[in-house]
Each structure stands twice: as C-alpha cells, then as structure tokens.
Write a protein that binds this ligand. Structure first.
Ligand SMILES: [Mg+2]
Length: 196
C-alpha cells in the first residue's frame, strides 16, 4: 500500500513560522508595523501588503523558513513505523521553483535531517491527483481542502489534516494529529500488513 503525504502543515508546521517571519520582515525590511489583521484568511490581507510584496518576501525568505520548519509531533515516528510495516511513503509537495532555489534538495535535506523515511518525493506539483494516480496512492493526507478534493475526486481515500484555516471543511475525514492518522490506518488498513 502507498501513503501519499503533503509536506507543509502536514508533516511540518510551516504556516506559523511564515507569519512570524513576515511580521519581522515587515518591521525590519519594509519599515512597517508587522501583522495588520491576525484573523485575515489571505496572507496579503493579513500583512496589509501591496500586490507583489508576498512574492518578494517568499523569494527572500521562504527557503530559510522551510529549512528550519519544525516537525509535527509523532510525524516521524508514525511515518517510519508505517514504512517498516511495508507502506511505501510518497511525499507530494506543492513547494515551487518559483520561490525556492531547489525545492527538491531543500525538502530531501530536511527529511533526512529529521530521519523521516520515504521512498519518493515530488515537489513543484500541480493539483496532486496526477502523482497520486501514477504512484498508486492508497491514502492521501493534506491540510489543504482543494488538494483533498482533487485527490478524492479520482476515488482515492483522503484525510484532511486540521490547520487553522480549514476548520469549516466537512467533506473529508479530519485528523488533528499523527496519532489519529496511525489509528485510522491501523483500523482501516490493518496497519498496512498484508493479510495473505
Ligand atoms: Mg500543506
């Protein structure tokens, strides 16, 4: 069986760090006062930045942010346990060349640094269902509703990892942490072990 997993805000906690860095960038580089509206859904609106500023900030800082984003509790333990039980681990990330010098290397280095076992890594993806189909993904996990929707639409089982922006979404089975993911897999797929 094959587990397809998103990176940011699924394996690691990226968004909080982006906001903290943007706050600092606004104050130190742009001479602003930091985050304007903590409750805004859109990042640009949250920062009160003009068009194009987000792209500039991402080009300047996203690589450094993503290289030190913290791993989510029990992500490594769960992924490595499932890998040892025979699951193929395929990491499917939206991280883009547009903002990062080498998103593959950056992500590979981070996974190796944390000792996360994986079989394949894709970056620069589009809507993610192509990678899921091509790699025979059994179960896909992502914090972004649109990715879950695209992958669920091709008949693949999906889990939505809770983040601060997706709490209104009700179409997908929701998980709040990696222990819940393990329980779901153990119950539904018998821990990935073959029953032959
Ligand atoms: Mg994500």
């Amino acid at each position: 069986m094959v587990l397809g997993i998103d990176m940011d805000d699924t394996i690691c906690s990226t968004n909080e760090l982006i906001i903290a860095e943007a706050d600092q960038y606004d104050k130190e580089v742009l001479g602003g006062t930091g985050v304007k509206d903590v409750n805004a859904y859109e990042f640009t609106e949250m920062m009160g930045w003009p068009e194009g500023m987000k792209g500039q900030f991402f080009k300047d800082r996203l690589g450094a942010i993503m290289s030190r984003t913290p791993i989510k509790p029990y992500a490594r333990e769960t992924i490595n346990l499932l890998h040892d039980q025979g699951w193929e681990i395929v990491i499917i990330s939206f991280r883009k060349d547009k903002y990062l010098d080498n998103p593959y290397k950056l992500t590979e280095d981070w996974l190796n640094m944390y000792g996360v076992k994986f079989d394949k890594l894709f970056v620069n993806t589009g809507t993610k269902e192509d990678e899921c189909i091509e790699n025979n993904v059994t179960l896909f996990i992502d914090d972004k509703e649109s990715h879950c929707e695209d992958v669920a639409n091709v008949g693949i089982d999906v889990l939505l990892f809770t983040n601060e922006y997706n709490h209104k979404e009700t179409r997908f089975k929701r998980v709040d942490n990696w222990l819940e993911i393990y329980d779901y897999i153990k119950e539904k797929y018998n821990g990935g072990k073959s029953s032959n």
